[in-house]
Write a protein that binds this ligand. Sequence first.
Ligand code: GLN
Length: 461
Amino acid sequence: QYLEQLEAAEPQVLSFITVAAESARAAARQLDDRIAREGTSGLEPLAGVPLGIKDTLCTAGMETTAGARVLKGYIPSYDATAVARLKAAGAILVGKTNCDAFAMGSTTESSDYQVTRNPWDLERVPGGSSGGSAAAVAAEQCVGTLGSDTGGSIRQPAHFCGVVGIKPTYGRVSRSGLIAYGSSLDCVGPLARIVEDAALMLSAIAGGDDMDATSSPRPVQDYAEGLPQASSLNSRPLAGKRIGIIKETIGAGVAAGVSAAFARAARHLESLGADVDEVSLPSSDAGLPAYYVIATSEASSNLSRFDGVRYGLHKQGANIRELYNETRGEGLNAEVKRRILMGTYALSAGYYDAYYKRAQQVRTLVQREMYAALAEHDALISPAAPTAAYRIGQVNSDPLEMYKGDLMTVNLNLAGLPAMVVPCGFEVGGGSRGQPLPVGLQIIGRAFGEADMISLGHIFE
Ligand code: GLN
């Protein structure tokens, strides 16, 4: 049923780089046979659930391109840990979702394969970089997807497409098999239509991993267990909870439709008994440039492995230098090159103190302010992005304008904290033909406080 919907929607939405219909049908038939033989007891928690995987995550035997031309034809020999854990939990992979090349972007227009459309308004982008993952869920092409989030790439597309997206605490989910962008920022997490589905997926993928030294060995909670059922909610379930609105993320520069939906969401939390106040994080604005220095610096190092020898595209050259130049010249797009150049510049000897070191200092400030705010609050909230979904072509030609849209999300990656986006309303009449455009609320939890954050998000269903 999902494959039928996937195939019907795909020509308009273009969420997938690879569709694995045959292997998915075979896996589903195998499961049917097993249920006929053994019944449904003893089934894995995600048995038979059709999922899509962002193309930045390696899948054994299935082409993995990270949305980049240089990796066309690359077939990994192993599964990313998060993918292996979903498979072990019984999930069926339906394909690989489109993304900005190497997850660099906020619209998915920087993919070297296709421009994914926002299912709510086909003239708009689904966000990025996990735009294919968000669009596939919104168009009901599968139940859930994995995304990766370096500076907002799970949360902003969730907001643009009206779905749930969770960026876990740094280290909660193994990065093994994730094609690295900014290694100190990268997080793997789920997107789904409802909070409970995202929570089930997170429970399956979280946990320590010998293949990633930065993964945390802390025990994993069952994030879906005990999610309050709507019917069992008393009238003030949030009594005693303190929730802080990040002051720097509201006000000037936020579109009216986004502000209005956010204000309603904050009032809703208040009406359920929460104590909601504003909290100022004065270093917030400095986080955005610091993020773009750190992310591009790490990317310039991580992407040196795409040299035409080890993976994917391989161009001939009279000597090794020419081979590199030809391969990288053709295989990496303008946005990827821009970022490699920025990062290389920031790391070069004469500029290191002025840029990279300074950005690391800002990162520490941002982190301290966030931790201080979370010592006094159970959670922080903000809009997920300043506007609802952009029109195709609206920001892609103006990198600075596009980078500014990441203001509300990047600081959580700098701080390593968990954050999720839940749909909280619409910008009425915001679409190209007067359609409603979805708006999401960002909820920020304490480090490894995913369970509390998720139950707060669940209130919005
Ligand atoms: N839009 C941000 C960037 O381009 C975030 C991307 C991401 O989280 N992968 O860097």
